[in-house]
Design a protein around this ligand. Structure first.
Ligand code: RFL
Ligand code: PHB
Length: 386
């Protein structure tokens, strides 16, 4: 089989890239190692930047998103028992949207299938070289020749490891904590997201819809879910989200539970020959800034334009791809690391760090300049930001 662009991975990066290319008249084949059901049920991100929504709208993929999203104009920082609202839209001129990543993936899969172009699920033993992707499907070994391979297969994918060691520089940082996340059938207890700094650890109140709440707790990196029966989760959330005046966290049946590791990770360059890495395959941010999905979309917006130029005989976009993406990647890395460090309790409970964190939080909520900086990064810098 032959195609112009072989796309490995049907997450947000791979599927949005496939659409952008289709609109530019460029053919692609998308290969995914999971089933359609699996990727459409996988609970992950929830916050879409304004620029991400604009791009999806421009390419006709946002019809259901506009009907079902929850538009937010602010968020709350909670510490010392008091909540402080950061008015995002007032400070940064843009809003954010709450829309589950799995809902977006459903929309993207449906739109891809409607084009009639290949999206192959349940592939296995994927092997990637410069311009060739080999894989097994239904017991058959297949070869896909391409001009370009897009490695959109996430952090645990095969594309990045297929690049010879030594060709990539790796930058990474692990954090001494993780997030225990739950999805609960109960209406959100607040209209906006609440990021809470508490002496027992960070907690986050988020949501997916007027009926579904998404909540997170800072836990140890090796935390075992068996030690967290539902009752303990609710008690801990109540404690960390409590405040001096008037707040009640509504509980309800827990629909999903999971522990997510926290990591900052970047490889440079995001390219090896004609293999281009995009999204989580090239970089991971801790979830505190709500940036991973948005960064994946920003990468493929740059890649699609560069590929279109390539087919017009101009390789300069492909040559500049990595550098252009990495500028945004590092800005977002810094923001995500900063939010993470400000809001999580170090495991040793170091009192010096505690005082620095409180001081930083008071500064952010007390200074319009500091709050504006948070707001500008949180709602997302423009897609063409360099
Ligand atoms: P994905 O979504 O991991 O997609 C990669 C796809 O590749 C497939 N795959 C393979 N396919 C073929 N062959 C192979 N060998 C393959 N190996 C893997 C996988 O099955 C998958 O379908 O990467 P992509 O597209 O780069 O998208 C990145 C985002 O998914 C990720 O950054 C976000 O989910 C991160 N994230 C958040 N991002 C936000 O922008 N806002 C948020 O609010 C937010 N919250 C979060 C998050 C991630 C979380 N977890 C669970 C990691 C909250 C959490 C808890
Ligand atoms: C989510 O709703 O899953 C979510 C929201 C904000 C974050 C991370 C995750 O920073």
């Amino acid at each position: 089989m032959r195609t112009q662009v072989g796309i490995v991975g049907a997450g947000p990066a791979g599927l949005v890239l496939a659409h952008l290319l289709h609109r530019l008249g460029i053919d692609s084949v998308v290969l995914e190692n999971q089933t359609r059901e699996h990727i459409e049920r996988r609970i992950r991100a929830g916050v879409l930047e304004h620029g991400t929504v604009d791009l999806l709208t421009e390419i006709g993929l946002a019809e259901r998103l506009h009907k079902e999203r929850m538009v937010h104009h602010g968020l709350e920082l909670l510490f010392d028992g008091e909540g402080h609202r950061i008015p995002l839209t007032e400070l940064a001129g843009r809003e954010i949207s709450i829309y589950g990543q799995h809902e977006l993936v459903k929309d993207l899969v449906a739109a891809r299938l409607a084009t009639g172009r290949p999206l192959v699920f349940s592939v296995s033993d994927v092997a990637v070289s410069d311009r060739l992707v080999e894989y097994t499907v239904d017991g058959r070994r297949e070869s896909l020749e391409c001009d370009i391979v897009a490695g959109c297969d996430g952090y645990h994918g095969v594309c990045r490891p297929s690049i010879p060691a030594g060709a990539l520089q790796v930058y990474e940082r692990d954090y001494p904590y993780a997030w225990l996340g739950i999805l609960a059938r109960t209406p959100p207890s607040s209209e906006e997201l609440i990021y809470a700094y508490h002496e027992r650890g960070f907690a986050l109140h988020s949501m997916r819809s007027p009926q579904i709440t998404r909540l997170y707790l800072q836990v140890r990196p090796d935390e075992n879910l068996d030690g967290w029966p539902d009752e303990r989760i609710w008690t801990e959330l109540q404690t960390r989200l409590s405040r001096r005046r008037g707040f009640h966290l509504a509980d309800g049946p827990i629909l999903e539970k999971g522990v997510t590791a926290m990591r900052s990770f970047v490889v440079e360059p995001m390219r090896f020959g004609r293999l281009f890495l995009a999204g989580d395959a090239a970089h991971i941010v801790p979830p505190t800034g709500a940036k991973g999905l948005n960064l994946a979309v920003a990468d493929v917006a740059v890649l699609a334009t560069a590929i279109a130029d390539f087919y017009r005989g101009d390789e300069s976009g492909l040559n500049a791809y990595s550098e252009r993406c990495l500028r945004r990647v590092w800005r977002v890395q810094h923001f995500s690391w900063w939010m993470t460090s400000m809001l999580h309790r170090p495991p040793d409970g170091d009192p010096f760090s505690h005082r620095l964190q409180l001081s930083q939080l008071r500064y952010v909520v007390g200074s319009t300049a500091a709050a504006t900086s948070l707001a500008e990064n949180y709602v997302g810098l423009p897609l063409d930001w360099t």
